[in-house]
Design a protein around this ligand. Structure first.
Ligand code: GLY
Length: 382
């Protein structure tokens, strides 16, 4: 099975940085929308949960090229993130980590920017405000304590590094305590006996007792939404790095092997792991996320196992480069084709189709992170 070599990864990263450079004029004061339309991102204000990925791509590009045009653009966007959190624009949800880690935590780690530090700490406070004592989890969506939204979602595992970082820089354990509690609740409830994962899990608002798993973006409640499973892979790896909890290694192995065992022959997952063949759309972003998680976990595993997961990550990366990577800016102003934001299904008609067979900003970001991990001794933003 083909694996991506370091040389090919470097070439792909060079190509990605070239496309990003061409985007700087359009996407500095404006951001890319969450997903492309006919493979081209329309501009967006700093709203929704995804704008941090644009800034994160610029930081990765700056680390790779040392071209200060990327740094200048990223720092302008950091100013926008401070304004956003100070004025509380579209921040009534849990995705503070997706927004503020690749943008502002990255900026602080790379440049020491005090603006970035302030913005990211305000975002961490906002995330903590959604912690529910009854049930011990961070509520993903909806008004605080709303019974119809009294649930956590698997994606939130990627929001937790913002809290660990906040404890590190402030010395205040409160942020970390919330992250650890949320992780514990997640691992106890999200992984099914067959090692597939629930996208979301509801709790009783009165007692905090676990109630039931449900999907919002997957094919059906009992299936494994591909991106959710991938958030589980990367989330377990990050949780292990921060907590050292052996349960995270065990769950990493389980959810990762499930993901790998449900890939189609060409190595690019369908949008839900229910499908392993046929015409359903793929979600390339899920593959990039999962591969990053495997590379994150590898140094913590015994040598033979580390080699196996690294080889799998290189295999996923080769499939992405060969079948999804944009090589011509006339085709797309994104980096990674063939993602899915949301898709309705006969069992889950609630999400309208959005960004189906399109680029999405998180797919582009994690594709770049994957190439960066393969070509350098990268210090994670997460
Ligand atoms: N975190 C939202 C998504 O993956 O679509």
């Amino acid at each position: 099975m083909k694996q991506l070599t370091n040389e090919a990864a470097r070439a792909a990263l060079d190509a990605a940085c070239g496309i990003l450079h061409g985007n700087l004029a359009e996407f500095t004061d404006k951001f890319q929308s969450s997903n492309s339309e006919h493979n081209f991102y329309p501009p967006s204000d700093n709203v929704e949960w995804t704008t941090g990925f644009c800034t994160g791509e610029y930081w990765l590009a700056w680390e790779h090229t040392r071209d200060d045009a990327f740094k200048t653009a990223a720092l302008r966007q950091v100013d926008s993130f401070l304004d956003r959190i100070e004025r509380k624009i579209d921040v009534d949800h849990h995705d503070m980590g997706f927004l503020y880690t690749p943008s502002c935590v990255a900026a602080y780690k790379l440049t020491g920017s005090e603006t970035a530090r302030r913005a990211a700490l305000l975002a961490a406070d906002q995330l903590c405000s959604r912690f529910r004592e009854k049930g011990q989890f961070i509520q993903a969506w909806g008004p605080n304590n709303a019974a119809d939204n009294y649930r956590l979602i698997i994606d939130c595992l990627l929001n937790l590094p913002l809290l660990y970082w906040a404890s590190e820089v402030t010395g205040d354990p409160h942020y970390r305590d919330i992250a650890v509690a949320h992780t514990r609740t997640s691992v106890q409830n999200l992984v099914r006996p067959d090692h597939s994962t629930y996208h979301t899990f509801f709790f009783d608002p009165e007692t905090g007792a676990p109630l039931r798993g449900a999907t919002r973006q997957g094919y059906r409640d009992g299936s494994a939404w591909a991106r959710g499973q991938a958030w589980g892979v990367y989330g377990m790896a990050l949780s292990y790095r921060y907590t050292g909890d052996e349960a995270c290694i065990r769950l990493f192995r389980q959810v990762t092997d499930y993901f790998l065992e449900h890939l189609p022959a060409d190595g690019v997952p369908y949008w839900d792991l229910e499908f392993t063949s046929g015409d359903e759309p793929r979600d390339s972003s899920a593959s990039a996320i999962a591969a990053c998680g495997m590379l994150e976990m590898a140094p913590h595993l015994p040598a033979e196992e580390a080699a196996r997961y690294t080889a799998e990550a290189r295999r996923l990366a080769a499939a992405l480069v060969d079948t999804c990577a944009v090589t011509d800016p006339a085709v797309s102003n994104g980096l990674l084709l063939h993602g899915v934001y949301a898709r309705c299904s006969p069992y889950n008609p609630i999400p309208r189709d959005r960004g189906v067979d399109e680029c999405n900003t998180w797919g582009d970001y994690f594709y770049m992170e994957l190439l960066t991990r393969l070509t350098s001794d990268w210090h994670p933003y997460w």
